[in-house]
Design a protein around this ligand. Sequence first.
Ligand code: NAD
Ligand code: UDX
Length: 463
Amino acid sequence: MIKSICCIGAGYVGGPTMAVIAQKCPHIKVTVVDLNEARIAAWNAADLSKLPVYEPGLDAVVAEARGRNLFFSTEVDRAIEEAEMIFISVNTPTKTYGVGKGMAADLKYIELCARQIARVAKSDKIVVEKSTLPVRTASAINEILDHTGNGVQFQILSNPEFLAEGTAMEDLFAPDRVLIGGDTTPEGQKAIQALVDIYANWVPKENILTTNVWSSELSKLTANAFLAQRVSSINAMSELCEKTGADVNEVARAIGLDSRIGSKFLKASVGFGGSCFQKDILNLVYIAKSYGLHEVADYWEQVIIMNDHQKRRFAKNIISTLYNTVSGKKIAFLGWAFKKDTNDTRESAAIYVADDLMGEQAHIAVFDPKVEKVQMLSDINYLNTRSEHDNEKLLSTFSDPYEACHNAHAIAVLTEWDEFKTYDWQKIYDGMLKPAFVFDGRNILNKHELEKIGFVYQGIGMM
Ligand code: NAD
Ligand code: UDX
């Protein structure tokens, strides 16, 4: 039975996942390591509101397990050496250079981990791919580990993570399934069983699925591609609704009640964001192309093309509605995170919509309940569209939503935070320039109520 686990990477996946394993398995020592000292310090912060990841319910789990059998540290070598099982949960972003730039997954952090494990390990280890990886990555990791020359035996498992941000704790407590891929050899099966035994501490056995490594690796990319595809499909329909008088919310409900289609992931929006969907589909497209499967690649790429179009047309619509000019106008953004209940902003639609509007010299005034000002500026600077100085002139942030909206020409809702629904919309209206426009990129506000107050309201996929 495994008694000691190490996880390399204390991010949005490594942190919450290991916190839950530690909580559910008090007999296992779980050490989460990272090179980023500030991040580890934040995981160790006495004030639990300072944890680096905001996720409802995470603070309580950390409070229970931290210091008991859950530890956060920067001592990577030591943690590797001590552990019988090592999870690799580092980032695998889209490559920004060289062959496969803008498409392939950048595996340099994965390779560094594998080399470090190979260098440090003195006893047999089970290495678990927790990061999302291109299919067949396990064979590359295997080759690196096989060349240690010190007789240490490694088993590689694929155990992709399916949690969604904002609901990570519930997803981890009661996953639809846990997927574990491993070698079909007896040693591979033994390693699979060791990981099954860990999850079995709280996940029903019938929800733990075991497969070969390649199926497991590919299933993760496939799941994200299918989910993102649903969002792009409904968003494509939203544009048609706006032309025809159909209402996308009604269409989504009507088709979602068909049990073959299902009701989830049919919310039309300003476009999907997050660190996973775009990166994983681009990776899938790249893999398909590398096998010469161009039709397969084009099929999935269209999901991204549709999403880019959805973000862009939201910005375009704001500009055309505001009499074809937003220059010098204040546009308040409610929300910057890529979805509610997270402080994560990676690939958030808000960044791209802001950038388009700033290109037209609009002043963007942002309020988000959980995102820090430095993060918003860093997101917009990362695009490199204009100088940092110009970005600071055009993008301001507020800690009070009413101030953000004061004297604005328009409000754009970019994230579906629940609190936006309960604001005093009369007070907001009174403080705005008239006509007062609301562009609801998440269809969360009450159109009828807002129009009664006097707003000009536009949602996604409705006239
Ligand atoms: P993240 O960027 O939040 O965290 C990754 C961490 O790894 C960073 O803190 C980084 O400093 C650390 N790191 C990188 N190289 C390291 C090294 N050599 N040694 C020690 N630490 C190192 O990323 P994330 O969102 O947690 O995602 C991690 C993986 O999980 C990715 O492959 C992602 O695709 C996958 N995933 C993410 C989600 C999600 O919702 N975020 C869900 C499922 C799967
Ligand atoms: C996703 C997958 O859901 C998760 O299983 C995987 O492990 C990681 O990637 P995440 O990116 O955290 O999770 O959030 P998700 O809930 O999938 O939302 C992704 C984006 O799609 C968000 O911007 C969200 O607002 C958008 N979305 C989602 C819609 O626009 N409409 C929907 O109906 C659902």
